[in-house]
Design a protein around this ligand. Structure first.
Ligand SMILES: NC(=O)c1ccc[n+]([C@@H]2O[C@H](COP(=O)([O-])OP(=O)(O)OC[C@H]3O[C@@H](n4cnc5c(N)ncnc54)[C@H](OP(=O)(O)O)[C@@H]3O)[C@@H](O)[C@H]2O)c1
Length: 199
């Protein structure tokens, strides 16, 4: 997800791909025009906007870069998933990954976005029109995250309300993965259509 998104953002902005292993980050960046690779700490120090594209199990370790990301916009795309009875399930009893990101990075402005976008979409030659649901406590934080989402052609950001709504957004991902598996559709991405004016 991180490298795929970086490929689009790097067309408009400088991008640093972070990794636990800087050599691995540089190798990933060598496939993305306009991107460089660095350790997580260096990437956190050098950025204004951080996109968190690591597994849920790594969220707690974000506290190690809370100073470096202080004052920055942070976008979580993290989905806490587990495998149930042959299907994916949402992994948290309460709260959301994005709220845990915000707790670890209490000096940053945190939004969630891209949760329901499959990585295959970033590699498509003709990108379809899809929606990404964005939650953030402040409307201004949503606007900043929406500008990042619009770096990917075809993606329309929709404001979903405060960060506590992240749970509902993250929960859509196991549903979408299960829909794709049960109906053999290939990867799915959401698109909401207008159904007339408000009553
Ligand atoms: N795949 C999807 O369909 C999809 C869609 C939307 C959102 N998401 C969410 O987006 C995030 C990234 O998904 P992904 O499929 O790209 O994940 P991934 O390939 O499993 O992991 C992404 C990167 O995270 C780093 N990482 C792994 N374990 C780590 C740890 N313990 N501490 C720090 N870094 C660690 C690894 O980089 P290094 O080894 O180089 O450090 C790895 O390349 C996940 O939270 C996922 O839930 C996924």
């Amino acid at each position: 997800m991180g490298s795929g998104l970086a490929g689009h953002i790097a067309k408009k902005h400088d991008v640093i791909i972070g990794s636990r292993d800087p050599a691995r980050a540089r190798a990933a960046a060598s496939h993305v025009d306009g991107a460089t690779g660095a350790s997580y700490k260096e990437a956190a120090e050098g950025c204004d906007v951080a996109v968190i594209a690591v597994p849920y199990s790594a969220v707690k370790s974000l506290a190690e870069v809370s100073e470096e990301l202080g004052g920055d916009l942070v976008i979580s795309m993290v989905n806490p998933l587990r495998l149930g009875d042959g299907l994916r399930e949402y992994g948290l009893k309460s709260g959301s990954a994005a709220e845990e990101v915000a707790a670890a990075l209490h000096k940053s402005r945190v939004a969630t976005a891209f949760n329901n976008i499959p990585p295959s979409l970033f590699r498509m030659k003709e990108l379809p029109e899809v929606d990404t649901l964005v939650a953030a406590d402040e409307r201004s934080t949503y606007e900043e995250a929406a500008a990042v989402a619009r770096c990917v052609p075809g993606i329309r950001p929709l404001y979903a309300g405060p960060l506590k709504e992240a749970r509902t957004i993250e929960e859509i991902t196991p549903l979408m993965l299960n829909l794709a598996q049960l109906n053999r559709t290939g990867s799915l991405a959401p698109r909401f259509v207008s159904a007339g004016s408000r009553a």
